[in-house]
Write a protein that binds this ligand. Structure first.
Ligand code: UD1
Ligand code: CA
Length: 456
């Protein structure tokens, strides 16, 4: 079948509901599933199809949802009264919509462009006027059940209105529909408020269409597509599904994941083949990990760039940082934002860095704080070195350390201060004056030995 012209289709996403069952102040559609809000996921897929006219119906938490919709250059439609899914569709400014319309529940995180495209083709092939996307699932739960009469679609029965017999039906409504503007204009005004919930159910458009002998279809889709989030428990299940799927994709590309069940990699993260990931790793945001890296157990990496052959040892926490090739970090290192770790540099256990440009081959192997600092290549930072960057005047000052410098253990560097290339500091020194090239700075109390101090 030829390609679908998505510029001639309007997509309406229903995202105005209260999401009462979430018990959360955050609008339901903004809850992240493996790092990406549910609505962000849907909008990404829809936009990738080339749909120009995307409308998002917002209501509850409008101020919070709007910026996301605007980021995707989609249209915000406001549902003033939250009177159900049909009320939401009526709020979508239908007069300016295209003839062909797709309606999507906003709380389904796994709507995929390719699957939707196939479903639209089926809808066209069947010459359908109104298609409901359905799925046959193991646990239908609170989703609407698909009712047939003489093998023909008849109605959607909401779980709360269903008889015990109807509840046994495993084919459910995914809350996605493909239809025509004319049909909506004809049937939406005929809907009546539901007796129990006082809501207008969009699902009842189907019954009206059937009664009027319109050509209606139930189109079966995957279980993933049918998964809607109504509660925190659903959100956790969706998150688990997303992580599982991401691990699967990475493993198919040659990433070694020792235990996918306890490895949590968000959607936008990239990992190169040959990298080995131990259990408990959590990779977030726009993180990119190169090839042949080793991430030991329980590393947490957020929005960072890790080049090839980097080793990150157990329990390290890394945020908005860059690690160049062959760097070795941890165990238990804390790289705070804007840490830039040079090629083959070593940041050892209990070392904290922040706004730190650390040169190639630098070694800071143990127990240091390196903040607001630049360190040249091949410098050695002894154990317990501290950059004292925060002044009494509450300003942050810089420490500059050249290349091939030897900073003795337990040196305190009172910023602003500079240690020039090849200089040294004696262990235990408190340095508050610049140290010239190749000089040794000793800034500690002289040792006095008191002979025979201890009585027998
Ligand atoms: C709905 C369907 C059900 C289907 C299920 C699939 C109806 C009546 N029922 O039930 O058949 O199996 O989805 O997940 O449609 N919304 C608004 N404005 C409102 C009410 C809801 O925009 O006034 C939005 C919500 O934000 C949500 C979507 O519509 O994104 C669905 O609403 P929800 O209350 O979650 O419907 P379900 O009970 O899941
Ligand atoms: Ca729902």
């Amino acid at each position: 079948m030829s390609k679908i012209d998505y510029s001639k289709i309007s997509v309406i996403i229903l995202a105005a509901g209260k999401g009462t069952r979430m018990k959360s102040n955050l609008p339901k559609v903004l809850h992240p599933v493996a790092g990406l809000p549910i609505l962000y996921r849907t909008l990404t897929q829809i936009k990738s199809l080339g749909v120009k006219d995307v409308r998002v119906v917002v209501g509850h938490g409008q101020k919070l949802v709007e910026p996301l919709v605007n980021n995707f250059r989609a249209k915000v439609c406001i549902q003033k009264e939250l009177n159900g899914t049909a009320g939401a569709v009526m709020s979508a400014d239908l007069n300016s919509a295209q003839d062909n319309i797709i309606i999507l529940n906003g709380d389904h995180p796994f709507i995929r462009a390719k699957e939707l495209d196939d479903l639209i083709k089926k809808h066209i092939n069947q010459n359908s006027e109104f298609s409901v996307i359905t799925s046959v699932v193991k646990y239908p739960g609170d989703r609407g059940r698909m009712l047939y009469f003489e093998n023909k679609p008849k109605a959607i029965i909401e779980a709360k209105d269903a008889s015990i017999e109807t509840l046994k039906i495993k084919e459910v409504n995914t809350g996605m529909y493909i239809t025509k503007l004319n049909l909506l204009k004809k049937f939406l005004p005929k809907l009546t408020t539901h007796a129990n919930s006082k809501e207008l159910y969009f699902t009842e458009v189907l019954s009206l269409a059937v009664e009027s002998d319109c050509k209606v279809s139930f189109l079966k889709a995957s279980n993933d597509l049918a998964f809607g989030v109504n509660s925190q428990e659903d959100l956790a299940i969706a998150t688990g599904m997303a992580f599982k799927n991401k691990n699967k994709i990475l493993m198919s590309k040659g990433v070694v994941i020792l235990n996918p069940k306890t490895t949590f990699i968000e959607e936008l993260v990239e990992v190169g083949p040959g990298t080995v990931i131990y259990p408990g790793a959590h990779l977030k945001g726009k993180t990119a990990i190169g090839c042949f890296c080793v991430l030991e157990p329980n590393v947490f990496i957020n929005s960072s760039c890790v080049e090839n052959s980097v080793q990150i040892k157990m329990g390290s926490y890394i945020e908005s940082s860059v690690l160049k090739e062959k760097a070795v970090v941890g165990p238990y290192a804390h790289l705070r934002p804007e840490s830039h770790i040079g090629k083959s540099a070593k940041i050892g256990n209990f070392v904290e860095t922040k706004k730190a440009i650390i040169g190639d081959g630098v070694k800071a192997s143990h127990l240091s704080y390196l903040g607001d600092v630049t360190i040249g290549a091949n410098t050695n930072i002894g154990c317990g070195v501290v950059t004292c960057n925060y002044t009494l005047n509450k300003t942050k000052e810089k420490t500059i350390i050249g290349s091939n410098v030897f900073v003795g253990s337990n040196t305190q560097l009172i910023a602003p201060v500079e240690l020039k290339n090849k200089s040294c500091t004696a262990a235990g020194s408190v340095i508050n004056k610049d140290v010239p090239e190749k000089a040794l700075a000793v800034a500690r109390a002289k040792q006095i030995n008191k002979e025979n101090f201890k009585k027998d």
